[in-house]
Ligand binder design. Structure first.
Ligand SMILES: Nc1ncnc2c1ncn2[C@@H]1O[C@H](COP(=O)(O)OP(=O)(O)OP(=O)(O)O)[C@@H](O)[C@H]1O
Length: 261
């Protein structure tokens, strides 16, 4: 690999008359940790779906792990990208046992369908659940978990196949303050791990940028407002243009803040 895990050139996605993404240019290197920020409807989920090899661009080209979407085997490619989102959670049957759900991710499945898993698979699945603080839930049906527990199980699942790219769509949505801060701490630890995959986390809030994240992509109305290293991109001008109101942007230690000006 040349170091680039994601490369989008002039990417557009259309549905009927709606342009969900327009002329998106974006590259992610293997050692980078990105946050994608923007208001509701900005196109963040659509962008992540392209990055996860689940949506093909209608215009332009997208390379995921050096494979061009539309030419590569998308099923194989999807199994090499870790992806956690509420859309993934919605497709998981309530009855799926948590440990089975995690280990089945090595095959790109959302539960067990009669495949045989080895001791190594079980060991890795248990270690990931333990790492994300949810090993006590391994035998529970997914449908019985709280929102915070689900989020952590989904991240563990997304890491199961040892991906080179990890995509998390709004991992902090629906969490209480303690749950959000716990997630921030765990994501900061992941960001700091040199063996961790390239990370892309979608959020609506600059307060949810974990310490150690390096880059930001700001989106509005399907277009990129700005992208690059955090310090250069998170200016008051850029963040105000992204969210469509005058904002004061600040830093409190390793965390970012934004308030209406
Ligand atoms: N199939 C579709 N047909 C028409 N418009 C669509 C379709 N799917 C999504 N959209 C629109 O595309 C826009 C971008 O949607 P997307 O879910 O990518 O935004 P988002 O930034 O993730 O939003 P949110 O923060 O609210 O989750 C929205 O205005 C949405 O209504």
């Amino acid at each position: 690999m040349n170091g680039q895990v994601l490369r989008m050139s002039g990417v557009g996605v259309r549905r009927g008359d709606a342009e969900l993404l327009r002329d998106v240019r974006w590259t992610v290197e293997e050692d980078e940790r990105w946050v994608v920020l923007g208001p509701n409807g900005a196109g963040k989920t659509t962008l992540l779906s392209v990055a996860a090899a689940q949506t093909r661009p209608d215009v332009g080209s997208a390379e995921v792990l050096e494979e061009t979407l539309g030419r590569a085997d998308s099923v194989e490619l999807r199994s090499m990208v870790g992806f956690a989102s509420s859309a993934v959670a919605d497709r998981i049957p309530d009855s799926s046992r948590v440990l089975d759900l995690v280990i089945s991710a090595s095959y790109g499945y959302l539960g067990r369908f009669g495949e045989q898993y080895g001791t190594l698979d079980y060991g890795r699945g248990r270690a990931l659940l333990n790492h994300w603080g949810v090993s006590h839930l391994q035998d529970r049906p997914f449908g019985t978990l709280s929102e915070g527990e689900r989020k952590r199980v989904l991240v563990a699942r997304a890491l199961m196949a040892d991906p080179e790219l990890l995509l998390l769509d709004e991992p902090a949505a629906g969490l209480d303050l303690g749950g959000r801060e716990d997630l921030m701490r765990r994501l900061a630890k992941l960001a700091d791990d040199i063996d961790a995959p390239a990370l892309v986390v979608v959020s609506h809030h600059v307060e949810e940028i974990p310490p150690g994240f390096t880059h930001a992509l700001l989106m509005r109305a399907g277009e990129v407002v700005a992208g690059g290293p955090l310090e250069r991109v998170l200016t008051e001008e850029n963040v105000s243009a992204t969210f469509g109101l005058p904002l004061t942007v600040g830093r409190d230690g390793q965390r970012w803040t934004a308030r209406a000006a």
